[in-house]
Design a protein around this ligand. Structure first.
Ligand code: NAP
Ligand code: MG
Length: 400
């Protein structure tokens, strides 16, 4: 069979530990036999980040800006223990943080659904995609303790002059205060990424804050989303037959739980932190969560939501058989190749991505799966637990 040709390179960001091996296996077993892969390769493995003083991470993000589509393997974010383990000269920053800062993007996470792995909430028959605003609020706050008899004030100095607003008079007891911020620019980027992704995937967009209580701060989020929608997206949403729906955060939580899924739920930073773990867990498995970073000017980086699966890697190094789930990493590749195919008008590449995902789901629904899924599978097929490579080979058989 002739391999599918590509015209523009996909930016390939390699990573660490167990997922670094899975990365190569996916390429060897599923991609390279079918696609004449054109990729611009960046090795974000920790050793090479050290060797290049992390320049490789910055270069890879700029390459995604240049070509528009990247696919990323999970990477180690170093902590004190990793600095020792890898003999690092510095505790290099999170690669995801670096790439996100350069692309100015929003992360969308969605579960891969298969028959037999049932969500804890039975009405959820379609995936729920969480979009988390990744800038500001309590993640960039300043905090302080105020002693009894003290006072805390908010001081604002801008073109309108200086204002002092009393936060609280601690006459009866000491206590805590916090100052936090966000910017119009960041909120606008977040809104555009969300509206674009909703159009891209033809799903309605929900957004919620607590604007009834937070009449300036949260209200600003509500107003920016509304004005971006009115001026740039309203008619496109009508054409696509999807809607933009705004409500209060507590109402959103109640509605999401009662819903059948199938929407994108845009969340402020803290809400997204909390709700993405709730949604991921309720859908069954972290190993089945996809993740895509979308920038407001239309660049895409696809990856798995999970990490480098260190515990499995240490077993693998000892020569033990590992049954690590490669599905979210397969979907990172299929997502990236599909987007490349769409942008370049290569139908065969789009079809290949669809078939690869279908073969993956069909393999699991046929009873062949990795250990993590075997443990929670409730379907009708009799379960065969496979190691990672044998599972990938089963998918390759289906694909063929
Ligand atoms: P992790 O790699 O996601 O793994 C945590 C646990 O979740 C695993 O030990 C495993 O549970 C289960 N798991 C996750 N993915 C799985 C898969 N594909 N198949 C089967 N089980 C899976 O998180 P971590 O151990 O906290 O972090 C390890 C490293 O990854 C860290 O250095 C961290 O910095 C990095 N990390 C990177 C990213 C990223 O690049 N996007 C994200 C998160 C973490 P059992 O052990 O019970 O089988
Ligand atoms: Mg969290």
């Amino acid at each position: 069979m002739e391999k599918i040709k590509m015209t523009t390179p996909i930016v390939e960001l390699d990573g660490d530990e167990m997922t670094r091996h899975i990365w190569q296996w996916i390429k060897d077993i599923l991609i390279l036999p079918n696609v004449d892969l054109k990729s611009e390769y960046y090795d974000l493995g920790l050793a090479n980040r050290e060797k290049t003083c992390d320049k490789v991470t910055v270069d890879s993000a700029n390459a995604i800006k240049k070509y528009g589509v990247g696919v990323k393997c999970a990477t180690i974010t170093p902590n004190a223990q990793r600095v020792k383990e890898y003999n690092l000269t510095q505790m290099w920053k999170s690669p995801n943080g670096t790439v996100r800062a350069i692309l100015d993007g929003t992360v969308f996470r969605a579960p891969i659904m298969v028959k037999g792995i049932t969500p804890y909430i039975p009405t959820w028959t379609k995936p729920i995609t969480i979009a988390r605003h990744a800038y500001g609020d309590i993640y960039k706050d300043v905090e302080g303790y105020v002693k009894k008899d003290g006072k805390a004030k908010l001081v604002i100095e801008d073109a309108d002059g200086r204002r002092e607003i009393e936060i609280f008079d601690f006459a009866k007891s000491g206590g805590v205060v916090m100052g936090m911020h966000n910017t119009d620019k960041s909120i606008t980027s977040f809104a555009k990424s969300c509206f674009n992704y909703a159009l891209d995937t033809r799903q309605s967009l929900w957004f919620a804050t607590k604007d009834t209580i937070s009449k300036t701060y949260d209200h600003r989020f509500k107003d920016i989303f509304a004005s971006v929608f009115e001026s740039e997206y309203k008619s496109k949403f009508q054409e696509a037959n999807i809607e933009y729906f705004y409500t209060l955060i507590d109402d959103a939580v109640a509605r999401v739980v009662r819903s059948e899924g199938g929407m994108i739920w845009a969340c402020k930073n803290y809400d997204g932190d909390v709700m993405s773990d709730m949604v991921a867990t309720a859908f069954g498995s972290l190993a089945m969560m996809t993740s895509v970073l979308v920038s407001p000017d239309g660049n895409y980086e696809y990856e798995a939501a999970h990490g480098t699966v260190t515990r499995h890697y240490y077993k693998f190094l000892k020569g033990e058989d590992t049954s690590t789930n490669p599905v979210a990493t397969i979907y990172a590749w299929s997502g990236g190749l599909r987007k490349r195919g769409q942008l370049d008008g290569i139908n065969a590449l789009v079809e290949f991505a669809d078939k690869l995902e279908k073969a993956t789901v069909d393999t699991i629904e046929g009873g062949f799966m990795t250990g993590d899924l075997a443990a929670i599978y409730k379907g009708e097929a009799s379960v065969v637990k496979l190691n990672t490579v044998d599972f990938l080979k089963k998918i390759a058989e289906k694909l063929a």
